[in-house]
Each structure stands twice: as structure tokens, then as C-alpha cells.
Design a protein around this ligand. Structure first.
Ligand SMILES: *Cc1c(COP(=O)(O)O)cnc(C)c1O
Length: 388
């Protein structure tokens, strides 16, 4: 009888596992938003009846120009992508005014955050980031065996002076999300400028601008103007949010060419696929799509805020395409997970943020007007049910 090649080994203790370093074993894996198909399976709901407002995706879907570019590129899929990502870098360079030698393209901006950690962190080194900041910062730090220095937030926002003071002799990296996820908080440009001037040059400051394009006009700033003066600055942007390409995985970073050279040493040779490269380039040129997405988001934000006000709920004012709302406690106990479950039953997926030390909040991505409306009705009903 031939021995099955898996089977018994699955249940027995796995020897290589024993040798995985403790800092890897200690990692709590990233919790993504619940996929529509999973909810349909678990609750016996029709996929078409479910709305997902859980992952900060663009409710308008793919930009039309990107769809055309993807269709044209299909016959090239037997070939490796351009490992230098030249055409996309040229387009990014034209858009940002930063030279292509200082541009690195990633498999989602997540890939770029990981590259920064891989290039700079190791056991004995430290990374500074804020409480309630994006989950990937502690994950990327932990995966390198480095120390996480989490700085307490101020009214849910990054406390920039405290972050600057938290830098130690072994600190090599700092993550700053502006706006931040999942709080939606925003630091005006003066605060970033002061931070850059107070952090030692030996610390790479990664400014994560995933939601930059959603900033209202009066808050906009151009971080690239700090690059010439600050060789320790890296600006990270993504095509996953306003550009509507989350499923393709593509983002980019701007930095000094010498730092880009370091990141390219840890970058996988073909880290971004053909379809993502052409779609991102097309999306960059689709300004109408970005404008429509921005306008829709502003309207949707106002719609949710007005709904929250009617339900007497508090929320954290948000500068991005999502908002975190506070679910009142019941007899001192957080109710966010109870309401989350109630919403699931009604076919609405939002995001619990207990893992971000926000056990009383739920994060809701701004959807289409009819999705926002359905969410608000489901929220009202869920709250009534939990207080019945
Ligand atoms: C969504 C998000 C990203 C982008 O992730 P991708 O890997 O580009 O999809 C990066 N940073 C923050 C803070 C985010 O919320």
C-alpha cells in the first residue's frame, strides 16, 4: 500500500514548526474583511443581496480605462511582466515630478511597507508607530524580529511630538499613516513637517498616503516637496482605494534613489503582474474616475454622518473613505461585536476594530448611496434588537 503523502503528518507535531522563531510564532495573522461569498455560505444568503462595506474598496468598481487596458493585455499573460516596471514608473514620474530612479512599485502598497521593514529592521532594532494605526505596521515589524514602539494616540490621532520623542538609539523605521486607517484621522502638513525636522536622519519615515486622494481641498498637501530636504522620507501610495484596483494589488513609493536601490534588493524580481501594471497606468490617467469617486465619497460621508446623528451615535470625524462609529455600551460591556453580528444577519458586512484597541467601534466603508441607506436601516434595526 502506498503511503499518503499528507494525512498523518498533518496531525503529528511538525518538526520544522518547532524551529520557527518565537517572534514569528507570536504573530496574530491579519484579519481581513469578511468576503461576500463566505457570508453567503455561512448564513445562507444570496450573494447579490449582500453589501460589503468592510475593506475601504471603491464602490464604483474598476475605472473604465483600466478595464480596456486589462483586456488588451490578456494575450501577454504567458510572458513575465516587466521587472523594471518602466512604463508605470514613467507615468508616476510624470504625475509626481519625482525621477524614476526614486520610484519603487509594489504588489499593493503593503508590499512596499514590507520592503521597508525588510531593508531596515532586524532583531535588536526598533520601529515606531501610533496606537490605532494600520495593522500591517506591527505585523511587518514583528516578522523581522524587531521591537515595536507603539505610541499612545491622542483623540485617536497620531501624537506626532510623542512619536518623535519615542525614537530610541536602535530605532530605524517609523510608520505614519495620513489619513490613518481605521480612525480616519488626519495630521495637517505642518505637523508632518515638524516631525520630519525632529526625527534623526537615521530613521526612515514611511508616510503612508493610502487615502490621500480623499482629502478635502483645504487639507491637501504635496509631500514630494519634502523629499529633496529629507533623504529619510519615503512616501507610499496605492491603487487599491480611490483608483479602484484593490484586487490587482499595486502601489508605489517615492524616495531618494539611494534608498530605492536598497528596497530593490529585497523586492521580488516580478513582484507586480502584467495586468496590474497596465491597469495602474491607465487608472492614473483616468482623472474623471478619480473625481467621481471623490465626490461620491463626500456625499456618502455626509449621508452616514446624518444617519449617525439621527441615531444619536458618536463617530470619529474621518478624512478618508470610511468612518468609525461608536456603538454604546450596555451595562458597561462593549456591544460592537453584537451589532456586527446583527448586521451580518441582515446581509451587511462592516469591520470590527477590536484588534486596533477600539472595542467600541465599527468601521464602515462609504458605499453607493443605496448601500449607505441599507446599512443605516440595518444599523437602526440591529441597535433596536440589541437593546430590546
Ligand atoms: C488600504 C491601506 C493600504 C493599502 O493597501 P494595499 O496593499 O495597497 O492594498 C495601505 N495603508 C493603509 C493605511 C491602508 O488602509
Amino acid at each position: 500500500m502506498t503511503k499518503p503523502c499528507v494525512g498523518p503528518a498533518l496531525s503529528a507535531s511538525c518538526d520544522p514548526c518547532e524551529h520557527v522563531p518565537d517572534y514569528i510564532r507570536a504573530i496574530a495573522p491579519y484579519q481581513p474583511g469578511k468576503p461576500v461569498s463566505e457570508l453567503a455560505r455561512e448564513y445562507g444568503l444570496e450573494e447579490a443581496s449582500i453589501i460589503k462595506l468592510a475593506s475601504n474598496e471603491n464602490p464604483l468598481g474598476l475605472p473604465p480605462a483600466a478595464r480596456v487596458a486589462i483586456e488588451r493585455e490578456l494575450h501577454e499573460l504567458a510572458r513575465y511582466p516587466d521587472g523594471n516596471q518602466y512604463d508605470l514608473k514613467v507615468a508616476i514620474s510624470e504625475r509626481t515630478g519625482w525621477p524614476i530612479e526614486g520610484i519603487v512599485v509594489g504588489n499593493g502598497s503593503n508590499d512596499l511597507l514590507e520592503m521597508a521593514a525588510a531593508a531596515l529592521l532586524a532583531p535588536g532594532r526598533a520601529c515606531v508607530f501610533s496606537q490605532h494605526a494600520f495593522a500591517v505596521y506591527p505585523l511587518a515589524t514583528q516578522a523581522r524580529g524587531a521591537q515595536s514602539i507603539m505610541v499612545p494616540a491622542r483623540d485617536y490621532a497620531h501624537d506626532m511630538p510623542a512619536m518623535a520623542r519615542a525614537v530610541t538609539e536602535t530605532t530605524r523605521l517609523m510608520f505614519v499613516a495620513n489619513p490613518n486607517n481605521p480612525t480616519g484621522t488626519f495630521a495637517p502638513q505642518g505637523q508632518i513637517e515638524t516631525l520630519l525636522n525632529s526625527v534623526p536622519r537615521s530613521v526612515l519615515v514611511v508616510l503612508d498616503e493610502a487615502y490621500n486622494e480623499y482629502l478635502p481641498a483645504e487639507c491637501r498637501y504635496d509631500a514630494t516637496r519634502w523629499l529633496p530636504e529629507h533623504p529619510n522620507l519615503m512616501i507610499v501610495r496605492t491603487f487599491s482605494k480611490v483608483y479602484g484596483l484593490a484586487g490587482l494589488r499595486v502601489g508605489y513609493a517615492l524616495m531618494h534613489p539611494a534608498m530605492a536601490d536598497m528596497l530593490n534588493r529585497v523586492r521580488q524580481p516580478f513582484n507586480v503582474n502584467n495586468l496590474a501594471l497596465v491597469a495602474a497606468r491607465a487608472a492614473l490617467g483616468d482623472e474623471r474616475f478619480v473625481e467621481r469617486s471623490f465626490a461620491l465619497n463626500r456625499e456618502g460621508m455626509a449621508q452616514l454622518e446624518s444617519g449617525f446623528r439621527k441615531l444619536s451615535l458618536e463617530w470619529i470625524p474621518s478624512f478618508a473613505n470610511f468612518v468609525s462609529v461608536r456603538i454604546p455600551r450596555r451595562e458597561g460591556k462593549p456591544q460592537a461585536m453584537v451589532v456586527f453580528e446583527q448586521l451580518l444577519r441582515r446581509g451587511v458586512i462592516v469591520r470590527p476594530v477590536g484588534g486596533y484597541q477600539m472595542p467600541d467601534h465599527l468601521r464602515i466603508t462609504i458605499g453607493l448611496p443605496q448601500e449607505n441607506e441599507r446599512f443605516l436601516i440595518a444599523l437602526r434595526d440591529s441597535l433596536q434588537e440589541t437593546h430590546a
